[in-house]
Design a binder for this molecule. Structure first.
Ligand SMILES: Cc1cc2nc3c(=O)[nH]c(=O)nc-3n(C[C@H](O)[C@H](O)[C@H](O)COP(=O)(O)OP(=O)(O)OC[C@H]3O[C@@H](n4cnc5c(N)ncnc54)[C@H](O)[C@@H]3O)c2cc1C
Length: 384
């Protein structure tokens, strides 16, 4: 049986980041990841400044900056008319921008980093299917190449995503619900002339968001009236044209997908010596682009918690409770911010009162507050 300080279940962006930080701080660990390779399905596109501050601490920012694209400004449109802009340049340095980089690339860079610290830590093709807890040890069983193996550790951290096996095995309830909002999204060659600027169109037929991507591409996220299982390129192009007047018919299309949104929160983020981090602990709406970034904040807090327990094991329960309390609060705040973003994109928000209020904010010093909220600043401190 393998013996390590910490077993991490799930090698997505959160599990990989956590493993790197644990290794840097003298913990031995093992990541068990069921996938044979990185999921290239298009998900997150943005790394927020709060995460880049964490990356600085880990000394891994440079390759992300080399590949990614810095979004320093967001343009707002009411229907097709310019309504104002938000500049992230007013945010605290050095990272006064949101870094656009696809999630698969983020995972690739994190995996490379983890392997550079210890090439044996990540085990792919390892599906976790049992966990047995005792006071001092957690025994995790997994199947790999048709055989079953076990790893024993002082702590297990479930970074195994929304459907988390670890959360379910610990009988931790995951509560929340689906929002009525649904979206279609696609990546196209960029013909807008917006350059590195993001654009948000609050249209009476529903929201359109447009973000620059590396390699001359742009992602479009369009609110739909209902969930469209198999989205069609021409449907997306038509909706974008009607709501923004940008015609993508001649642009190469690289990805099409659709998604609905939920908010889910685990009742606790720890049980015995098991902690949850990332989507295993919370799911927030992708509108606002915060789920993965919040997961990295969890991971950093997990690390601090384990260091405190290593330094003073008699206060273990206190530190684990503090982890749950701090990160549950942060997740609730993030979910609320994402919900505000989503509500603004609904048809019923296209009224004169909402628009006048937003126009006032976008053209007053309050826009700096908006920039801070969009860049995930002030978590744990501010009421929203
Ligand atoms: C359309 C869309 C757009 C998004 N955009 C953004 C954005 O712009 N910004 C942002 O911050 N977030 C965004 N998100 C959210 C982001 O993708 C997630 O929050 C992020 O992937 C969570 O990372 P994770 O590591 O916690 O979980 P996951 O990425 O789900 O990784 C979990 C890993 O655990 C593995 N696993 C699961 N069960 C087992 C098991 N039993 N044994 C072994 N391994 C297992 C899985 O294979 C997987 O690799 C978006 C999501 C979607 C759907």
């Amino acid at each position: 049986m393998d013996n390590v300080d910490v077993t991490i279940v799930g090698g997505g962006p959160v599990g990989l980041y956590l493993a790197g930080r644990l290794l840097q701080n003298g913990f031995s660990c093992r990541i068990l990841e069921k996938r044979e390779s990185i999921d290239i399905h298009s998900k997150s596109l943005g790394i927020h400044p709060v995460s880049l501050d964490l990356f600085d601490r880990a000394d891994i920012t440079l390759p992300f900056l080399e590949y990614g694209l810095k979004i320093e400004t967001g343009l707002a449109f009411f229907d097709k008319k310019p309504a104002g802009k938000v500049s992230f340049k007013s945010c605290p340095p050095p990272h006064s921008y949101i870094l656009a980089i696809p999630q698969w690339k983020t995972e690739e860079l994190l995996e490379k980093w983890v392997k550079s610290l210890n090439s044996d830590v990540l085990l792919r093709g390892a599906q976790v299917n049992n966990i047995v807890s005792s006071d001092r040890k957690e025994i995790v069983s997994y199947s790999h190449n048709g055989s079953t193996y076990q790893v024993s550790s002082g702590f297990v951290i479930g970074c195994d995503g929304k459907g988390s096996f670890i959360r379910k095995a610990c009988n931790i309830s995951f509560e929340g619900s689906s929002y009525p909002d649904t979206y279609v999204m696609g990546d196209f060659d960029d013909n807008t002339g917006f350059g590195k600027k993001a654009a948000v169109f609050l249209h009476r037929d529903g929201l359109v968001e447009s973000f620059p991507l590396p390699n001359g591409q742009r992602r479009w996220v369009v609110k739909s009236d209902h969930f469209i299982k198999n989205p069609d390129k021409s449907l997306l192009i038509n909706k974008i044209f009607r709501r923004t007047e940008h015609y993508l018919g001649k642009c190469e299309n690289y990805m099409l997908s659709s998604f609905g949104v939920q908010h889910l929160l685990a009742e606790t983020f720890h049980k015995n010596n098991v902690l949850l981090a990332g989507d295993a602990a919370h799911v927030v709406s992708p509108i606002g682009g915060q789920g993965m970034n919040l997961g990295w904040i969890d991971a950093e807090e997990c690390l601090k918690t384990l260091i405190r327990v290593r330094d003073n094991s008699s206060e273990k329960d206190f530190h684990l409770d503090a982890y749950t309390s701090t990160q549950r609060k942060a997740a609730q705040q993030v979910a609320k911010r994402a919900e505000i973003n989503m509500r603004l994109g609904r048809k019923e928000s296209a009224n004169i009162w909402t628009r006048s209020g937003l126009k006032f904010v976008l053209n007053s010093p309050f826009k700096h507050l908006l920039a801070r909220i969009f860049t995930m600043r002030g978590l744990g401190r501010w009421p929203v």
